[in-house]
Design a protein around this ligand. Structure first.
Ligand SMILES: Nc1ncnc2c1ncn2[C@@H]1O[C@H](COP(=O)(O)OP(=O)(O)OP(=O)(O)O)[C@@H](O)[C@H]1O
Ligand SMILES: [Mg+2]
Length: 217
């Protein structure tokens, strides 16, 4: 799919990944970097966009300059922070400037690097921003089958031969892929503590339910 070597000017330059927490957006950026043999740099925009917005444009410019010198995958995480700022009663003029700085950056040819932006809140984004991306990719919570597959893959090193997955299935509702990975790890740890590599149906369901309780706190 993605050949290594310099990417052509193609659809792959600017990707926007949209979806709920824990569905694999950051993971996608990491996989792309790995496949292209490029380093991955993550810029968390919510941290970068300070209340003192005058500094923000300057900080962004430093990053943008770096993208011209260093071939890499640049992940702009919490991308919606760019849009949210305007609604927060801040200096509207400065927020506009920050947005425009970003739009200019996206328009500049970046023959060597890949820009990936990720957000949980696409509603906060300006339409002008959406249009700047070559591809917008949606992420969703897993179906039951996918959820079970995430659990099973994470438990490949364990003995799950007695697990009745049909019985587990109704308990995976609402879990993100990231939460499921944590559940799998928690139940594996539990088994190992009991000096066993075998998991049973009850153990997995209990781990799912315990994880669900911590959400609701
Ligand atoms: N689709 C998936 N398949 C398998 N594992 C997944 C998937 N999505 C997420 N995971 C697991 O969950 C972890 C966290 O996911 P990731 O950080 O990519 O989520 P995200 O979409 O970036 O979430 P956030 O919006 O909170 O940043 C991954 O490192 C991986 O272990
Ligand atoms: Mg992420």
């Amino acid at each position: 799919m993605l050949a290594s070597g310099p990417p052509r000017k193609s659809e792959w330059f600017r990707l926007l990944l949209v979806g709920p927490p824990g569905t694999g957006k950051s993971m996608t950026a990491a996989v792309l970097a790995h496949e292209l043999s490029l380093p991955l740099f993550t810029i968390r925009l919510d941290g970068l966009i300070s209340r003192f917005m005058g500094e923000t444009s300057a900080k962004l410019r430093v990053i943008f300059d770096a993208t011209k010198r260093t071939r890499a995958v640049y992940l702009f995480d919490e991308f919606d922070a760019l849009g949210a700022e305007r609604g927060a009663g801040n200096d509207v003029g400065e927020a506009r400037r920050i947005l425009n700085t970003f739009l200019l950056f996206l328009d500049e040819t970046m023959p060597e690097s890949l820009v990936v932006a990720a957000t949980n809140h696409p509603g906060l984004l300006d339409r002008a921003l959406f249009r700047r991306f070559d591809s917008v990719i949606s992420y969703d919570l897993p179906s039951r089958e996918q959820a079970l597959e995430v659990l099973q893959r994470r438990l490949l090193a364990m003995d799950t031969s007695t697990v009745d997955w049909d019985e587990v299935a109704p308990h995976v509702e609402g879990f993100s892929q990231a939460e499921l990975v944590r559940v799998a790890e928690a139940s594996a740890k539990q088994a190992i503590l009991q000096e066993s590599d075998a998991l049973d149906t009850r153990g997995i369901i209990t781990a799912l339910n315990e994880r669900r309780i911590t959400w609701n706190d």
